[in-house]
Write a protein that binds this ligand. Structure first.
Ligand code: NAD
Length: 502
């Protein structure tokens, strides 16, 4: 390894750390294909040290007043806001998405911080006076302890922010294991927490791969795990972490369908479909990757989508003229191109072919152009696999019922949308689909921070969605107190039958 190679270390107990001679992994700038640095991969011993640090910090942070926690969250909110551009640049340089998109990602993460600023209100318990004569009942919620967040490459700031602001506001301490492919933004986030006055050890970052993840899953001192990533890993995390007695929410992959009815405004629908399919090079868990054209909508829709896909400006994320950047790695680019080829071989019509795209001045960047495959059927690999690239498949059916049945037959259930001018069709759709997040003339229906985000079926293992009310519930557990202050002279009404209200 060259002496000048930048090493991205862990953040534990308020300091950068890493073992000498540790394993490392390369971090690329996807727009140039060049290695930007190397990230330390934590050993099981380093993970254990981070968990110990977080466990110690829990003793004091769990006792911090609601007022102290809320003030720290407000200070963190100000710092994230004032460093929004810096965070967005770190995202663009390691993920590849265009800067305006990276700014949007930070903004949506910031909204979760803003939600968590209201923690005194969010943690208010219930109180019932005189549930029985002389007896009152009340409930409150307590933090769990050390909680871990394991996150994917595609939203290196927003997805961790679905978790840590809420967990920390609830009084937990946090160990984040971000994606090893774009690890740097998490380090700036850690510094901002420290500058906001969060005690050292409450927020920690360990970088790594399966070894670090397994160490978190096996640790008896980790109380809960929040995971976001692909379905096979989500399933594994849920199985392992529940087997070791943890609370788990594991969000997986997706195949998000947009249904387009003949009564839709096709110009509006095709604009939104192209943005939802090719924004962030299709590397969004809520990207639209399959469009179901109903009846007469088909030909006109494909013509409009084809024209608009060909007009997307692909280039480096730092160039303000670019609308779509590269994909994350060479391996990802090769996989996406091979899946496009399989679609053509299996009978789809390649309306727009994004393979082999060359971007001027960036010959080694990981670029795949927008791709549209028409006449796709449900047995093809392009439909069965989550491509996670800029590929839109068009399937055709005769009725809205057929379209809803197709959405429901898919193993994923993250997001879905309908484009129509019929309230009746939209209502049948919203009630009929087995999907967690639904858009009506809205292609990427990501809920606001004060609602909860989560899919159904193979898109989520565990029963709680992230942030919003379900996030508060996930990161806390309830106590219910039944209390009586007997008068000294009142005697006792103790009896051997089960207590009932009087
Ligand atoms: P990934 O599953 O490869 O990695 C996610 C995390 O798991 C990373 O931190 C990684 O280091 C770790 N990991 C990877 N392989 C592992 C293994 N074998 N054992 C233990 N840990 C492992 O996902 P990715 O490629 O980083 O992200 C893309 C995926 O994430 C897509 O499938 C996308 O749909 C999904 N995603 C889902 C949501 C959602 O809300 N449902 C949001 C964003 C991304």
């Amino acid at each position: 390894m060259a002496a000048s190679t930048a090493i991205i270390e862990h953040w534990v107990g308020g300091k950068r750390t890493s073992e000498p001679d540790c394993r490392t992994s390369p971090v690329f700038d996807p727009a140039t294909g060049a290695e930007r640095g190397r990230v330390s991969l934590a050993s099981a011993a380093e993970v254990a040290a981070a968990v110990r640090t977080a466990d110690l910090a829990f003793e004091t942070w769990s006792q911090a007043s609601l007022s102290t926690r809320s003030k720290t969250l407000f200070a963190f909110r100000e710092l994230v806001n004032s460093h929004l551009d810096e965070l967005a640049e770190l995202i663009t340089d390691e993920h590849g998405k265009v800067l305006s998109d990276a700014r949007g990602e930070v903004q949506r993460g910031l909204e979760v911080v803003e939600f968590a600023c209201g923690i005194p209100q969010l943690l208010k318990g219930d109180y019932s006076d005189q549930v029985s004569t002389g007896i009152d009942s009340f409930s409150f919620r307590e933090p769990l302890g050390v909680v871990a967040g394991i996150t994917p490459f595609n939203f290196p700031v927003m997805v961790p922010m679905w978790m840590h602001p809420v967990a920390i506001a609830c009084g937990n301490t946090f160990v984040l294991k971000p994606s090893e492919r774009d690890p740097s933004a998490s380090m700036l986030v850690a510094e901002l927490w420290q500058r906001a006055g969060l005690p050292d050890g409450v927020f920690n970052v360990v970088h790594g791969d399966k070894e670090a993840v397994d160490a978190l899953l096996e640790s008896p001192d980790v109380a809960a795990v929040s995971f976001v990533g692909s379905t096979p890993v989500a399933r594994y995390i849920h199985e392992r972490a529940t087997a070791t007695g943890k609370r788990v929410q594991a969000l997986g992959g997706a195949k998000n369908h947009a249904i387009v009815l003949p009564d839709a405004d096709l110009d509006f629908a095709s604009d939104h479909l192209v943005a939802a399919a090719f924004g962030s090079a299709g590397e969004r868990c809520m990207a639209i990757s399959a469009t179901i054209a109903v009846g007469a909508a088909g030909d006109a829709l494909v013509r409009a989508v084809t024209d608009k896909a060909q007009a997307v400006k692909v280039g480096p994320g730092r160039d303000a003229a670019s609308e779509m950047g590269p994909v994350i790695t060479q391996a990802s680019m090769d996989r996406i191109e091979s899946l496009i080829g399989s679609g053509a071989e299996q009978g789809a019509r390649l309306a727009v072919d994004g393979r082999g795209l060359r971007v001027e001045g960036h010959p080694d960047g990981f670029f795949v152009g927008p791709t549209v495959l028409d006449e796709v059927t449900v047995d093809m690999d392009v439909y069965r696999e989550e491509i996670f690239g800029p590929v839109l498949s068009v399937l055709r059916v005769d009725t809205v019922e057929d379209a809803i049945a197709m959405v429901n037959a898919n193993p994923y259930g993250n997001g879905t949308a309908i484009f129509t001018s019929s309230g009746d069709a939209a209502r049948r759709f919203q009630r009929g689909v087995k999907v967690g997040m639904i858009g009506i003339n809205v292609p990427i229906p990501v809920p606001m921070a004060y609602y909860s985000f989560g899919g159904w079926k193979d898109s989520l293992f565990g029963d709680k969605h992230v942030h919003g009310p379900e996030g508060i519930s996930f990161y806390t557990r309830a106590k219910v107190v039944t209390s009586r202050w007997p008068e000294r002279s009142g005697g006792s009404d103790a009896s051997y039958h089960f207590p009932t209200a009087k």
